[in-house]
Ligand binder design. Structure first.
Ligand code: HSE
Length: 402
């Protein structure tokens, strides 16, 4: 089977190496072309900057898109599918926007569009989710979807290092996106969560402007130390729930007590959980970022195509309503601004440098946080587990702040 690779970043270098080191499973795979942009140097004989040479080559069976970003990735994927080539990609941003368009085009042209590496790196999450859905309704999904932010939070907690120091290490290790703001501002998690929710609920999330997303850009070593001393680890979490024909989703830093699986998810690892009717809670754990784990997932897709395994039979046509108030939580909010009155309906109390906000709808919390960021751009918030001792509601006179 002949493969054309678009782009030559970290992940495809790993794919190239795995395929070159042919074992019994991969020995019939070969890389015919590598597309590079016009300003890049051709360092391998397979390299070309002519996309049409690849798309029109009848010998090429599969295109692995690894350019990242939206365009021209979107255009090239569609063209490849329409030329009757299977397509594999790990590009979360383009899938989150165009999943339905790509799967429709694949179906119409009788080819496969697979994207296991796009969520959870080397974890077989997409296939795991799909397998759960053969029997169950999946009512909720939550977890650690981003290796870079997990690495940053883990190192800050273990070594007391600053945010900036650890981010640089994550970039050197090849975990972070070219522009790491997608990792630290929660955008990468939002993309992965949208793809997961699309599959879980068979919907096509198009309008993402109200999706509540809050990242870890503003976290300080002092915050991490305070959480640690109170018996918690902080993790950047993506969550979605379904109730009847409504769903919600959110990306936000969340505290976990020390003995939980989430608190013990180290380094660049991801931990993604689903809840199904009969399977109950099912956890998926593994390296969520990095060259070889992610390349492994791409090669798994290549082998599925080679072995003519058919999956991802979804039309993304169910209609569900997004309800930002479907779930509520308690939060800690840190800000130098005088913010307590904004939370007067949610029994605000003071705990150290933080305002504790009780039982507030998630969408409402993010709406208020957007207002706070306009006056204090270094403000931070974190959601608390239910029944957290940090959110105890017996309010003494000194603690009550509004
Ligand atoms: N930058 C991403 C992460 C890569 O850190 O999780 C894998 O999707």
């Amino acid at each position: 089977m002949k493969i054309a690779i678009l782009g030559f970043g970290t992940v495809v270098k790993g794919v190239y190496e795995i395929v070159k080191k042919a074992n019994v499973q991969t020995q019939n795979l070969s890389v015919s072309h590598i597309f590079i942009r016009k300003n890049k140097k051709r360092i391998l004989p397979e390299m070309t900057d002519d996309i049409d040479e690849i798309l029109e080559d009848k010998q090429t069976d599969v295109v692995v898109e690894a350019l990242g970003g939206i365009e021209p990735a979107h255009e090239f994927i569609l063209k490849a599918l329409k030329q009757g080539k299977h397509v594999i990609t790990a590009n979360k941003a383009v899938i989150a926007l165009y999943l339905k368009e790509f799967t429709d085009a694949a179906r119409e042209n009788n080819v496969k569009f697979y994207f296991e590496a796009s969520v959870g790196g080397g974890i077989p999450w997409i296939q795991g989710l799909e397998k759960a859905l053969r029997i169950d309704s999946v009512n909720s999904i939550s977890g650690i979807f981003n290796g870079t932010s997990n690495f940053i939070l883990d190192q800050m907690s273990k070594n007391g290092e600053s945010f900036e120091e650890v981010l640089q290490k994550a970039q050197e290790l090849g975990y972070a996106e070219a522009d790491p703001s997608a990792d630290i501002d929660g955008i990468d998690v939002a993309n992965k969560l949208c793809i997961s929710a699309d599959i879980a609920y068979n919907i096509n999330i198009q309008d993402r402007k109200n999706l509540p997303v809050f990242g870890i850009r503003n976290i300080t070593a002092k915050d991490v130390d305070f959480f640690d001393k109170n018996g918690y680890s902080v993790k950047l979490i993506g969550r979605t729930h379904q109730k009847g024909n409504q769903f919600d989703y959110v990306v936000e830093p969340t505290l976990f007590v020390k003995h939980t699986l989430e608190a013990n998810t180290p380094d660049n690892y991801n931990l993604i959980s689903l809840n199904g009717d009969t399977i109950g809670k099912l956890d998926f754990f593994g390296q969520g970022a990095g060259m070889f784990p992610t390349a492994n997932a791409v090669v798994q897709d290549l082998l599925d195509i080679k072995e003519e395994k058919d999956h991802l039979k979804r039309n993304f046509e169910s209609k569900m309503e997004y309800n930002p108030e479907l779930t509520s939580a308690d939060y800690l909010v840190r800000s130098a601004a005088n913010i307590a009155s904004l939370f007067k309906d949610y029994a605000p109390t003071q705990k150290d440098n933080y305002i504790v906000v009780h039982n507030i709808p998630v969408g409402k919390m993010h709406e208020i946080m957007d207002l706070i960021l306009k006056v204090d751009e270094s403000a931070f918030m974190v959601s608390l587990p239910s029944n957290s001792k940090l959110a105890h509601k017996k309010i003494s006179k000194q603690e009550a702040v509004a």
